[in-house]
Design a protein around this ligand. Structure first.
Ligand SMILES: Nc1nc2c(c(=O)[nH]1)N[C@H]1C(S)=C(S)[C@@H](COP(=O)(O)OP(=O)(O)OC[C@H]3O[C@@H](n4cnc5c(N)ncnc54)[C@H](O)[C@@H]3O)O[C@H]1N2
Ligand code: MOO
Length: 401
């Protein structure tokens, strides 16, 4: 960090500032319903169909004429299928001369094939008719604007006669990995080298949130090359992410590059880990310098980049489910910073216990073992062992032991 406390902001202030200063260029496009899951509607979508088009049968049965039941259950000896009754199963249309459905449970055919009614059958005129337009009516609001479409939206839209719809274009997010020590995935690292591993995670999260990621090749710690990469990213992207070089090292040029080019610039977030995040607005677009260590990259993606992508799409940030757990060990905390703690949760006698994962843990342990996270607020000055805390779940309940 550059030591200038004036530039340091909280996570909330950073996101709010980026949203305020960002000139969002929100475009829309028409896509087919088959590609619509995961996309976000640009406008409200109304039904163009009324379904069912005509009244249908509500259950598996036969359609009959109520006039034949005026004097009670009729003699069906001379009945002819198609003329006196018709097959009408669930959802079936049937000829207009029939007005009532009798369920299969209330009928049987005798040995001679004659239609008979069960002893406890009671006729009710109009039974078993599902009226036209009861599934969906023309002009019904099917889906509101700014809704992320899920699998269950698809049949509703299909029923409503929608096969193409206008969605918000995916924001283009360019990710620039920086660091002369970095090598591509798949190459055996030599002394002093590190694998550009973060790009895979960044790209995957961006896709999950509904953005279109584009990963640049590794850029060496050379100011001119970094600036060229940033300029080219700003030409095509809605959001630019620079990974690494955010801190105070001799080759950490990114923060100073952003400061020089930005209309709005902050460096240092009052949150640990990940405090060296830098944010900027350049040419009306947000640029985020994510710290290089993978856990810090994850956290900054989670609170900052996710916020930006969801803002572009007009959606609220996803909120994780929370649960209470008993702390197994005391937690130390700086009161002037938010702090992220990660835990392994264990269940004993219906109670959950939160075992803190130390910062000394290996990358796989720190990233993959955490079931839950606590974001301790500014002002809090630590937690005692045995204290009950509220954690947000990072995994599904089915994964808890
Ligand atoms: N003297 C100080 N040193 C550090 C401070 C500080 O305040 N004073 N802050 C520390 C904190 S906190 C963090 S977090 C890191 C931030 O590091 P940078 O963003 O500057 O990242 P680099 O120095 O470029 O790399 C750090 C580390 O991460 C690896 N890395 C970088 N990019 C990737 C990638 N794409 N995939 C995988 N790993 C990556 C890199 O190789 C280094 O090992 O600074 C502390 N230092
Ligand atoms: O706080 Mo850094 O973000 O040490 O990883």
């Amino acid at each position: 960090m550059n030591g200038n406390e004036d530039l340091t902001v909280t996570r909330d202030e950073a996101v709010a500032l980026l949203k305020k200063e960002w000139t969002v260029n929100r475009e829309t496009k028409w896509i087919s319903l088959r590609e619509a899951a995961g996309r976000v509607t640009a406008k409200p979508v109304f039904s163009v169909n009324s379904m069912p088009v005509c009244r249908t049968s509500q259950f598996d049965g036969i359609a009959v004429k109520s006039e034949n039941f005026i004097d009670g259950v009729p003699d069906t000896s001379g009945w002819v299928k198609g003329a006196d009754y018709a097959q009408a199963d669930t959802g079936d249309d049937f000829p207009d001369e029939f007005d009532t459905i009798i369920a299969v449970e209330d009928i049987y055919y005798d040995k001679g094939g004659k239609l008979c009614f069960s002893d406890d059958f009671v006729f009710e005129k109009g039974d078993g008719i599902r009226k036209a337009g009861t599934a969906v009516e023309e002009n019904d609001l099917l889906v509101d604007a700014h809704t992320r479409l899920t699998a269950v939206h698809l049949p509703v839209l299909a029923l409503g006669g929608i096969y193409q719809l206008e969605v918000i274009k995916k924001p283009k997010v360019v990710y620039i990995p920086t660091g002369s020590e970095l090598i591509n995935v798949g190459i055996k690292p030599e002394r002093g080298q590190n694998i550009e591993a973060n790009g895979l995670m960044v790209s995957e999260f961006l896709k999950q949130w509904g953005a279109e990621p584009s990963c640049y090749p590794i850029i060496k710690d050379k100011p001119a090359e970094l600036e060229q990469a940033l300029d080219s990213a700003l030409n095509v992207a809605d959001i630019v992410l620079i990974n690494g070089g955010s801190s105070k090292g001799a080759e950490d040029f990114n923060a100073t590059l952003l400061q020089r080019k930005a209309a709005v610039y902050r460096h240092g977030i009052k949150a640990i880990p990940g405090k060296p995040v830098a944010i900027a607005i350049i040419g009306g677009k947000p640029v985020v310098n994510l710290p290089g260590p993978t856990l810090a990259t994850f956290l900054a993606l989670d609170w900052c980049v996710s916020g930006l992508v969801h803002h572009y799409l007009g959606l609220n940030m996803p909120v994780r489910p929370k649960m209470k757990a008993t702390l197994e060990k005391a937690l130390e905390k700086r009161p002037d910073y938010e702090m992220f703690y990660r835990f392994v949760l264990t269940e004993k006698n219906g109670r959950y216990y939160a075992g803190p994962i130390g910062r000394d843990k290996s990358v796989p342990y720190a990233l993959l073992k955490a079931d839950a996270m606590l974001i301790a607020p500014i002002g809090a000055s630590g937690y005692a062992a045995g204290e009950e805390i509220e954690v947000e779940l990072l995994c599904g309940l089915e994964n808890l032991q």
